[in-house]
Design a protein around this ligand. Structure first.
Ligand SMILES: [Zn+2]
Length: 404
């Protein structure tokens, strides 16, 4: 089962009753956390057994299903807390500060045509939440193969989860093989007898990471006498960085998937799991794996949702192997891969050709074939570049364009 959370803005302010309900929910979660810590239990059922009666009296205004959902939320927080303690991380007793409420799908009604949510507050009393519905939202609301999952209510927005069974991936008619690098996805698109180089560049992501890293370093130095302030400021920097990078990763992934969907391509990626480099600490940070792993996760998840086949292959030696004569070259190499047999190619594209050949030789790319000799050296298809996202970001600052 695939799940996707979709954010809706509210048409007007949350009614006062609903605000009170969010506060009640938070209170119930925090009470349940305390009770669970004392009794050393974390499961929703155990928490319900332990605390339902007492809470029922204290929170008599609350719809009982919401109360059970609060126990579920508390259980999740307690489990994370226990995990951290087992890892030996020192942490405070968990406490929810944010105002939010979660309702399971049987605890609310959603009229998908009008975009109105009917949410019970207490016995016999309901409130209506009117959602702002855009064309993006219509895609989910009108697709009746999607069923409704849980609802999360926040003071200014709600998140509705939609669910569906994973569609069967289509049989590929072409292949898009991508080598993942610090500033771009580079690869090859193969359709019939034709092979072309493709590129999705995201040089701005590394730039953002560098800028935030420098800023954190400066903050740490400046606030060296005040560790608490330093930590808080750094955390805020980290959140901002994540949001900026995330936004771009989604843009890149969307371009790749649009291309693959239109041309019925299987996507070939290197398997980054267990990939550890033995480079210096500084270089390791610069080549930090998380944006690349995250990019793969986003591509894989969205591909699953759309039924696009994704093949992951072992990248060992993919940047050092000659796809023509299969000999393995020295690892120290410039931007161009050169082989004694005469084959030469951009290093990253060469790697993607090897990834594709691995996928084909293992029978993972359907009946596709690939002949490196059919490579059209003069053609480069651009799947994505930062200029394509040259519109204002959600946080209001415009994206950096043309940074190299
Ligand atoms: Zn060769």
């Amino acid at each position: 089962m695939l799940v996707k959370g979709v954010v809706f803005r509210l048409d007007s302010d949350l009614p006062t009753e609903a605000k009170l309900m969010l506060e009640d929910f938070r209170l119930a979660v925090n009470n349940a956390i305390r009770a669970g810590l004392q009794a050393r239990v974390t499961s929703r059922n155990a928490l319900t057994k332990l605390a339902y009666k007492d809470f029922r009296q204290e929170h008599s205004r609350m719809y009982s299903q919401h109360l059970v959902s609060a126990f579920g939320a508390a259980g999740g927080i307690l489990k994370n807390h226990r995990k951290r303690i087992r890892k030996g991380v020192t942490c405070r007793i968990p406490y929810v500060k944010r105002l939010l409420m979660k309702a399971e799908n049987q605890a609310y009604k959603f009229d998908r045509r009008s975009g109105i949510i009917d949410l019970p507050i207490r016995a016999g009393h309901h409130i209506e939440l009117r959602l702002v519905v855009s064309r993006y939202h219509r895609k989910y609301l009108d697709d009746m193969t999607l069923s409704l999952g849980s609802l999360t209510v926040l003071p200014d927005r709600v998140i509705v989860t939609f669910r569906k069974d994973a569609p069967k991936p289509f049989v590929p008619e072409s292949a898009l093989s991508l080598d993942t690098n610090e500033r771009s996805l580079d690869g090859v698109f193969v359709e019939g007898d034709v092979a072309k180089a493709v590129k999705a560049g995201f040089p701005d992501i590394a730039t953002i990471q560098q800028r935030h890293h420098d800023r954190r370093k400066r903050l740490q130095k400046k606030k060296a006498h005040d560790r608490r302030t330093s930590r808080n400021l750094c955390r805020r920097e980290g959140t901002r960085e994540h949001r900026r990078v995330d936004y771009r990763l989604h843009q890149v992934a969307n371009s790749v998937l649009k291309f693959a969907e239109e041309r019925r391509s299987a996507i070939v990626l290197e398997d980054l799991r267990g990939f550890k480099s033995k480079r210096s600490k500084e270089l390791n940070r610069r080549l930090s794996m998380w944006p690349r792993r995250k990019l793969h996760q986003i591509i894989e998840y969205k591909a699953q949702w759309k039924g696009i086949p994704v093949v992951k292959v072992d990248p060992r030696n993919s940047s050092r192997t000659c796809p023509i004569c299969r000999s393995i070259q020295d690892s120290r190499m410039g931007a161009e891969f050169k082989c004694e047999c005469g084959w030469h190619m951009d290093r990253h594209i060469n790697a993607s050709i090897n990834l594709l050949q691995t996928a084909i030789s293992k029978g993972m790319a359907g009946g596709l074939r690939f002949n490196p000799g059919a490579f059209q050296h003069d053609v480069m298809m651009i799947l994505y570049e930062p200029a394509m996202a040259a519109r204002s970001e959600p946080n209001g600052t415009s994206s950096t364009v043309g940074v190299t």
